[in-house]
Design a protein around this ligand. Structure first.
Ligand code: IPT
Length: 976
């Protein structure tokens, strides 16, 4: 075989960005030039290699009747041809850049089209591809137009005027798409590999004198309140902004009083740019982005990013997103107080950015560049530090900046993600800075910040963020660069890994972001779970993840780490995030009847909100009204007096709930949409006795049973078997939970991975040794030792039952024995009740799940949900569904009979139709099969926190469930 040095590499393997294309230009959705969408059904043929078929298919007249059909936009692996592959960091092919495997699925796409009757006679046309993964070769009417790489970037080819290459009728567009190319080395983002023409293909008329490009410069001077507009265009023309009375030449600037654009006030001015050949409608937003005094300011104000990382994902269509889905994402973000989005890790569909302008989000637009798979090779051969690749990198930077430069929402350009450092990256930074000095440059992967304007990190633990906030982070290398970096604003471009149950620790991060002005917020990883919808044999929908398509190499459910489930239902993590980042803080002293309202908006006062209060006793509303709050400016607080509370029963637990809602409808929510809330306890819960005084009835032996009041116990084990005729599987100590993704942790985190430690210790298989069952003095006492095999660790557990004749109460004391060096997963009781008890009603935290470090959104009240609805359907099943601070819970059957449990102190309540062991064993939701007999109930005294260790730091110390002596009690009563 000849050596590769001597054989020129084919276009899909050489390092060039492509050939034959036009230079990139601004995207303009509202041009009056004719355009023809080529969206729709195309003929499709898949080959196993790049060269299996010759290019005769591109010639007009090729007989494609035997071909399949495929939708464009679309990914062929989602339409019955091959399968998706999920890898996080590793390349799913040998790393030998720029070579790719011979097995290179190649999709030939064919479309025959006519021009519409009114397609203009003169003037050129271009063929535009908004996104093709990963490399394409294009022919029109048999003539090759060129090739390109850069999947999430636009590419255009000139096709001349009608009568030249382009015809009125029967145009044959042929596109050959290779799954693997040299470009794949630059696109190693943590996501599914999804080849195909996944964004629109459009034919655009370019009349004589039409715009080849234009650049809107619209700044805002917060001192004068004036905006300055200048639009550079080629060719020149005129700019009008009717609302501002502006009529300017291109290149000419005008300064007038304007309302600035911000994520909170996305004020856009309609404008028109007209040249001889074309007229383009624009929406101009005036704003100035600057790093000053170590802070990132927009329009002179420090902004705080309450952000998310958004990949493009749809559970059926992958990255082929429709406009409705894009809008839905943004509406959901806005409704959950999210104000910023990082387009991880590539420029999104261009329409998405227009929606960000319109609805109001700060955007970090990120280039389509990641070479993470070189990290495992000590970055040997990283294209980012190999000058041969620099043209490809610069091409990517230019395609992003040129396409997206006219969006006011974009405040930062991000060079890429996880691609190491090197000359190519610096060249990109230099080019971007030169081309658009009006925005800030971001890249996380270079801690020296040599090329960037903000210090950005991912998953930095809280204590480190605290140091960074004080500008005293440890030196990184070059003292000069350390000095420079310490003077930069700080963001976490990724934090709070939302995989499975979690993320925990959001509140603590938010406090740091508020305490240190340098900390300008962060972007939760990530917006949505990338699970593909599939149907189980029984018809139930579930979501597939890495490995479910038979991939040789994959990273399992690490692709499901979003705040939304794949079907875009908010997960508890998003509900928590909404609460943590709410732009109004409501605190106070409920007993004194005072409330403090603080405006945490960056820009707006509070006049767009209405406030109301309710006063509750035992979770029931006993009074309500409006609260008048002054229109506080950002950062201001007011202390207000609440009205005199209604009279309540002595001993009732009472408190206030204050809510802030939208006064009027916005583009993303109705009037009345809740934005922020706070609860202020007034009268505390009356101290409940730990247990009923003994002596309500004496325990009596009845054969192999012991009877105590309404309770029947197994005399040998001391386990409760029935309560007032209701069969129960006795409550007994339970410390196991189905480890969450965050419990299991990531290999690269230094913290202990408790999920693995717990299992190694055998906490999932503890045995209960019964040491004594003693009936005396009106009480039944059961002494046990709970412990796993092969260790001397154990938990001495004493159950003491008493009764008042009607109810049973149980005091539990737990004493750890041995050297426990890890926290417990949970500590409490598990009991089984009849499956008919399918409805829960409780007074406590709700309505959603909560854990020690994910409980900000848990609201004290009276809640009711069915056992089925108490479950959180994490894509990979794991611990879920606990409700915090539960005072009492009733579990009832449809006929109203059931069981009531009251706790002293309040407890964590969980109920499910399968055991923890079944939950632990399940890999997908259909693996969970409801028991016909039993609802399993956990009444927990403690739960270990959740943390974010599936990628980031673990559970903060205060949220550890330390194995220590514990005592807690419950009272059980029959209902109905
Ligand atoms: C970080 C990546 O930037 C992101 O794409 C995603 O993989 C995330 O982690 C985890 O889901 S990189 C990580 C090794 C810190």
């Amino acid at each position: 075989m000849s050596s590769t040095q001597h054989t020129p590499l084919p276009y899909y393997e050489d390092v060039s960005p492509g050939s034959g294309g036009l230079p990139p230009r601004a995207w303009s959705p509202a041009s009056d030039a004719a355009r023809l969408s080529l969206t729709g059904t195309w003929a499709f043929r898949l080959s196993p290699t790049a060269t299996a078929e010759d290019d005769s298919f591109a010639r007009p007249g090729h007989d494609a009747r035997g071909w399949d059909e495929i939708p464009v936009p679309g990914h062929w692996v989602l339409h019955g041809h091959g399968a998706p592959i999920y890898t996080n960091v590793r390349y799913p092919f040998p790393v030998d850049p720029p070579r790719v495997p011979t097995e290179n699925p190649t999709g030939d796409h064919l479309r025959v089209f006519d021009l519409p009757a009114d397609w203009p006679e003169g003037g050129d046309a271009v063929l535009r591809f908004e996104g093709v993964e990963s490399c394409a070769r294009v022919w029109l009417n048999g003539e090759e137009l060129g090739t390109f790489k850069g999947s999430r970037l636009p590419h255009e080819f000139a096709v001349g005027a009608v009568g030249e290459l382009l015809r009125r009728r029967g145009n044959v567009l042929a596109v050959r798409v290779h799954q693997w190319s040299s470009g794949s080395y630059l696109e190693d983002q943590d996501q599914w590999w999804l080849p195909g023409i996944f964004r629109e293909v459009v034919l655009e008329h370019r009349p004589e004198g039409s715009l080849s490009d234009f650049f809107v410069h619209a700044s805002y001077d917060h001192i004068t309140g004036e905006g300055t507009l200048r639009i550079d265009a080629d060719p020149g023309g005129r700019v009008t902004v009717p609302e501002l009375g502006l009529d300017l030449a291109t290149g000419e600037s005008a300064t007038v009083a304007v309302e600035p654009w911000s994520a909170e006030t996305p004020r856009l001015y309609e404008a028109e740019l007209t040249t001889v050949g074309e007229s383009v409608g624009l929406r101009v937003g005036f704003r100035t982005v600057a790093v000053e005094d170590g802070l990132l300011r927009v329009n002179g104000r420090r902004v705080l990013f309450r952000g998310v990382n958004r990949h493009e994902f749809h559970p059926e269509y992958g990255r082929a997103l429709d406009l409705a889905t894009m809008r839905r994402d943004l509406v959901l973000m806005k409704r959950h107080n999210v104000n910023a989005v990082r387009t991880s890790h590539y420029p999104p569909h261009p329409a998405f950015l227009g929606l960000c302008d319109e609805l109001g989000l700060w955007v970090i637009d990120e280039c389509d560049l990641e070479t993470h798979g070189f990290a495992g090779l000590d970055w040997r051969g990283n294209p980012v530090d190999d000058p041969r690749w620099t043209p490809a990198l610069l091409d990517r930077a230019a395609r992003m900046v040129e396409r997206d430069k006219n969006h006011p929402s974009i405040v930062m350009w991000s060079l890429g993600n996880e691609c190491g450092t090197g000359r190519g990256l610096s060249a990109m930074a230099d080019w971007v800075r030169e081309r658009d000095p009006s925005r800030v440059i971001h890249y996380e992967g270079d801690l020296s910040c040599a090329d960037t304007d903000v210090y950005s990190r991912m998953y930095a633990p809280h204590d480190e963020v605290d140091r960074i906030g004080q500008r005293s982070e440890p030196p990184w290398g070059d003292p000069e660069l350390d000095r420079k970096r310490r003077a930069l604003p700080f963001i976490q471009c990724e934090y709070a890994h939302a995989m499975g149950n979690g993320p925990g620790g959001l509140s603590e991060y938010q406090r740091l972001f508020e305490a240190h002005e340098r900390c300008q917020g962060g972007f939760v990883w990530e917006w949505i779970d990338h699970g593909f919808a599939r149907r189980a044999p029984d018809g139930r929908v579930f979501y597939a993840y890495g490995g479910d398509f038979g991939e040789e190499l994959h990273d399992g459910n690490f692709v499901c780490d979003g705040l939304l489930f794949p079907d875009r239902t908010p997960s508890p993590g998003l509900i928590e995030y909404k609460k943590v980042i709410e732009p109004v803080r409501i605190e106070g002293d409920g007993a004194a009847g005072t409330v403090r309202i603080t405006n945490h908006h960056d820009v707006t006062d509070l006049s767009h909100l209405v406030f109301s209060w309710t006063y509750e006793a035992e979770g029931e509303v006993v009074g309500s009204g409006e609260l008048t709050v002054p229109p506080l400016a950002p950062g201001e607080s007011a202390d207000l007096k609440l009205p005199a509370p209604a009279a309540t029963e002595p001993g009732d637990e009472t408190g206030w709930t204050i809510e802030a809602r939208l006064a009027t409808a916005t583009a993303w929510a109705e009037a009345g949409h809740p934005v922020a809330w706070g609860q202020l306890p007034a009268v505390g819960r009356a101290q409940r006795p730990r247990a009923l005084a003994s002596g309500g009835a004496a325990a009596r032996r009845d054969g192999d049973r012991i009877v105590l009041g309404p309770g029947v116990f197994d005399a040998a084990t001391g386990a409760l078997t029935a309560l007032g005729g209701l069969a129960v599987t006795g409550p007994r100590l339970d410390i196991w939970r189905a480890p969450t993704d965050n419990d299991n942790g990531a290999s690269w985190q230094p913290d202990e991975r408790y999920g693995l430690i717990w299992r190694r210790l055998g906490l999932h298989r503890v045995r209960h040794r019964v040491d004594a069952v003693e009936a005396a003095d009106g009480a039944l006492t059961v002494r046990t030792r709970v412990a796993p095999a092969a260790t001397d660790l154990g938990l001495e557990t004493v159950y003491r039952w008493t009764t008042d004749g009607d109810r049973l109460s149980l005091s539990v004391s737990v004493t750890p024995r041995g050297q426990w060096t890890c926290p417990l997963p949970r500590l409490g009781l598990r009991l089984g009740v009849p499956a008919a008890l399918g409805d829960a009603e409780w007074f406590g935290g709700g309505p959603g799940e909560a854990y020690p470090d994910t409980r900000a959104a848990s609201r004290l009240g009276r809640w009711a949900l069915s056992v089925d609805d108490l479950q959180t359907p994490y894509v990979r099943p794991q611990e879920n569904g606990a409700r915090a601070d539960v005072r009492w819970v009733r579990l009832t059957a449809p006929d109203g009979t059931g069981l009531r449990v009251e706790g002293a102190p309040p407890f964590w309540f969980t109920a499910r139709r399968w055991t923890t062991e079944q939950l632990d064993a399940a890999e997908h939701t259909p693996d969970l099969v409801a028991s016909a007999d039993t609802v399993w109930v956990n009444l927990d005294h403690g739960q270990h926190g959740i943390g974010s260790q599936s990628c980031g730091p673990g559970v903060l110390e205060p949220h550890h469930l330390v194995a220590g002596p514990a005592a807690f009690a419950f009272t059980f009563a029959r209902v109905g």
